[in-house]
Write a protein that binds this ligand. Structure first.
Ligand code: PRX
Length: 646
């Protein structure tokens, strides 16, 4: 984050207590919850576990052999049972579980009883194809209810799912399938995005040419005649044909608390994405508790988390958290600006959304589009707003509160990560005085801290978590060493988040963005190394260095400095070709905003690229310390060239 903004942020002294009527009706009203949870963290988490269904009760809440944690040890449970069957005996049986709107405008509702039936049938379909407990299943789907159905079906039979965001390219999909060695791929003939078809099946076909572990591909028909995919005999089968012959009941597997629930790939500091492992019992309890307390969920609420299920926010707060609580979760397939820039507000008004959870990058885009769009709609059904994915600047926070929340809705700015599984830092909306731009305090039972370089508690430095929490990742798939070095080595026995953070005199946390080579671009998590590898993969590129440059809406714009091989000429056509190459290797979310060709990259005498200087150049700042450079003229020339190119 730029220093100027940081300074402004830390001078932020406005605060907003919960409105009285909100406080009076809130799920959590008593500030003592913090103290009570801190006194006995295990008892705190156990109290949530007790509200869920277990085939066999746990023997111990936690077993902690740093950095390996086991939660609800010895317990047996099933996520799908807890999300579905548990609600079927009472008044929730015919309550809407999923309310869906397709981008072209179709509506679908699935009650708990209907969702249960669909999940059972698909689970039986997976079994028919030979999927057994422990087998991985990759899901590459649009935002349709069938994605949630497939996840819950996997959870029901104990086959870990690996959801791959539909915006990833064929190559990215293939790498992730191969890393997880999935047996089955579930995809669709396509999805709708801004009126165009996302060719999921075509990408899947390309990926499957190099994915030998996949035995079967199940294809959901979302588009129909406009897509007409080629079905490969013996490998591909239609979803509707598979489920048509299945019975409505499928026994839920009583899974061990620590059995793998899912894998989710995310970017780290190297070129290779990591398959984050989440297990059953602890993740379930963490999602259940945080959804209820942070979003103040009431029986009649309609909850809308706008995240794509391809990311962790969608896993925990579109699917598992709301369904564990018996809530109604809204799913929308398409873009926020299609067919017009008020699509979200049309949806809020049409269905009467009560709790709305989105990302700062979206809020900043709404701000830019102008308040006339939300003003066209009556948004008075909203009572609570949420934010996630990146730091929210106070201006966007205030705009969100006023323009979307009508000045009456509290905002929960929630900090967490793919690795943490669920929210770890957030206000409790009935208790917490809010400060615009601060995620406020650790959730009860979470021991977060800010530390300096040596690992001592400090007012500013790195955000760490000092003790285990139920939904924490249990490892990186196929790479146990990387799990240890990545998260637990910097400060032994303490979880290193990779985020910078400041704590104010009231103990409020102010997140300052990543301190490593991970970039947040429109809320998507990317690694600079991954983009560099994609560029270097092109035949014309000798070397590249990628940095993030502060961007008004996206938080970061991707800037790539590229040196070309031998006598390859730097042309505008080549620049476009390189951008397209990155899209092909990773997906359009990683397309560089700017590429600058340079004869050389600034390096230290030991050959390390000095990214700090590249960032200074891209931000138009005076160059910092250049004394360690091997050749100072390189950076000066580069700076001049960059300024010319702008
Ligand atoms: O830098 C933090 C930022 O998003 C990172 C995690 O990204 P991902 O695994 O994709 O998960 C995003 C959704 C949970 C964090 O390391 N981040 C997330 N939430 C916030 C945030 N930064 C500031 N404030 C937040 N509320």
């Amino acid at each position: 984050m730029a220093e100027k903004t940081l300074e402004a942020l830390l001078k932020e002294d406005r605060h907003f207590p919960p409105p009285q009527d909100f406080r009076e009706r809130a799920v959590v009203r008593d500030p003592k919850v913090y103290e009570q949870a801190a006194q006995d963290r295990l008892k705190f988490w156990e109290s949530f576990a007790q509200q869920l269904h277990w085939f066999k009760k746990w023997e111990r809440v936690l077993e902690w052999n740093p950095p390996l944690a086991q939660w609800f040890v010895g317990g047996r449970t099933n996520l799908s049972f807890n999300c579905l069957d548990r609600h079927l005996t009472g008044s929730r049986r015919n309550k809407t579980a999923i309310l869906w709107e397709g981008e072209p405008g179709e509506e679908r509702t699935l009650t708990y009883a209907q969702l249960h039936r669909e999940v059972c049938r698909f689970a039986n379909g997976l079994k028919e194809l030979g999927v057994c407990r422990g087998d991985r299943v990759t899901l590459y789907m649009p935002m349709v209810p069938e994605l949630a159905i497939a996840m819950l079906a996997c959870a029901r039979i104990g086959a870990p799912h690996s959801v791959i965001f539909g915006g990833f390219s064929a190559e990215a999909l293939r790498d992730r399938i191969n890393d997880s060695k999935s047996k089955v791929l579930v995809t669709a003939d396509g999805g709708w995005r801004r009126g165009a078809v996302v060719p999921l099946k075509r990408n899947a076909d390309e990926a499957l040419e190099g994915s030998p572990s996949i035995e079967k591909a199940i294809v959901f028909q979302r588009i129909g005649t406009d897509a007409s995919p080629i079905m490969k005999p013996g490998r591909d089968l239609w979803w509707h044909e598979l489920v048509a012959r299945q019975p409505d009941w499928c026994d839920p597997e009583p899974l061990d608390s620590e059995e793998m629930l899912y894998l989710l790939y995310t970017s780290g500091t190297t070129g290779k994405p990591k398959g984050i492992i989440h297990t059953t019992g602890g993740y379930m309890v963490g999602c259940f508790a945080t959804t209820q307390w942070v979003f103040d969920l009431k029986e009649e609420d309609l909850f809308w988390c706008t995240a794509d299920i391809g990311w962790v926010t969608g896993h925990s707060y579109v699917v598992y958290g709301p369904l564990l609580n018996g809530a109604t979760t809204l799913m929308y397939e398409g873009a926020p600006d299609f067919p017009a820039k008020d699509r979200f507000w049309t949806i809020v008004k049409k269905y009467g959304v009560n709790v709305f959870y989105t990302a700062p990058t979206a809020i900043r885009a709404f701000m830019k589009w102008g308040e006339e769009w939300p003003k066209k709609h009556n948004l008075s059904s909203l009572r609570l707003l949420g934010s996630v994915g990146e730091p929210i600047n106070p201006e966007a926070w205030i705009w969100y509160r006023q323009t979307i929340g009508g000045g009456r809705c509290p905002i929960v700015d929630t900090w967490w990560q793919t690795e943490t599984g669920h929210i770890l830092i957030s206000p409790l909306p009935g208790i917490t005085d809010l400060k615009p731009g601060s995620a406020t305090r650790p959730f009860p039972g979470i021991e977060a801290d800010v530390v300096d370089d040596k690992g001592n508690s400090a007012d500013a430095g790195y955000l760490v978590i000092r003790s285990p929490w139920p939904g924490m990742l249990r490892g990186i798939y196929g790479d146990p060493e990387r799990y240890k070095t990545q998260y637990w080595a910097r400060f032994p026995g303490v979880y290193f988040t990779g985020d910078g953070c400041k704590r104010d005199a009231d103990g409020y946390f102010w997140l300052l963005g990543r301190v490593d080579d991970v970039l947040k671009v429109s809320g998507h998590r990317l690694s600079t190394m991954e983009i560099e590898s994609a560029l270097v993969d092109h035949q014309s590129v000798a070397e590249s260095a990628v940095i993030g440059k502060p961007h008004e809406i996206k938080e970061n714009a991707i800037v790539a400095f590229v040196t070309l091989k031998g006598n390859v000429k730097a042309t505008p056509e080549l620049m476009d070709e390189l951008k397209a190459h990155v899209v092909k290797k990773i997906g359009s979310i990683a397309r560089p905003d700017e590429i600058l060709f340079t004869a050389e990259l600034p390096k230290t005498r030991s050959g390390k690229i000095m990214r700090r200087l590249l960032r200074d150049i891209a931000e138009g700042k005076a160059l910092g310390d250049t004394t360690t450079l091997a050749d100072t003229s390189v950076v000066q020339a580069l700076k001049e060239k960059y300024e010319e190119s702008e």
